[in-house]
Design a protein. Structure first.
Length: 73
């Protein structure tokens, strides 16, 4: 994922959807090409501060949609 640094930051900043994690984290998802999504799992400490826990690429959008959606574009 080192080559996707800017895509991960953009996913957290401008996601298509945000889902609720199991332990208070947020899961942001954004399509980067047809059928391929970048997912960033992060935690917000305040409105201005937070950190990314992990990020990965997936084609399994339905797995994310099983979670409770917090926000959608």
């Amino acid at each position: 994922m080192a080559g996707y640094y800017f895509e991960v930051v953009q996913t957290v900043d401008e996601p298509e959807a945000i889902y609720e994690g199991k332990m208070g984290e947020c899961i942001a998802a954004r399509e980067i090409e047809k059928g391929k999504y970048i997912v960033a799992v992060y935690r917000e400490l305040s409105k201005e501060d937070g950190f990314v826990i992990t990020a990965f690429l997936t084609r399994r959008r339905k797995q994310l949609e099983r979670r409770r959606k917090i926000w959608q574009q």
